[in-house]
Write a protein that binds this ligand. Sequence first.
Ligand code: NI
Length: 178
Amino acid sequence: MSVVPIHLLGSPVLKQTSEEVGEIDSAVRKLVDDLKDTMYAASGIGLAANQIGVTRRIAVVKTEEAVSLTLIDPVILSREGTDRGEEGCLSIPELYADIDRSTHIVVETTDLDGNRVRLDVADLRARAIQHEIDHLDGVLFLDHLSPLKRRLLLQKWKKLRKGKTGYIQEVSKHNSHV
Ligand code: NI
């Protein structure tokens, strides 16, 4: 188990579609542990594997509930309602935007015992899961914005990144994002 660096906007891995996991083995378990450790260290509420450089369909979510949730090959089976709410992302620190998401989803995922299970989730947890599944498809919250709003945020990102090189960052404990 370890806290690992996070890939930031600009790293090509964030735009890649991740591959199905299938069987749960020790490599998958280790990846889940690393994701959880890194998410907690970064005070995030969700983290997908490609954010730590691994293009497999695995993510973790920790919202208001006490127990974190592991998503492996997650698929959204149904959706209800829409709500607009503010999102951020551990890969795009200091940028936030209001994003429309389904308020209630049923998601099917593989648990760490290798069983397919269905979860009925709502509100912030549903939002976080949709955000993480987007990551597995190479989609960032910025991609949901209008071209104008997106351009403004990308300009802000350029300013934040001025003078910095590389797109892989050690975890800092200052902010809370998904
Ligand atoms: Ni994110």
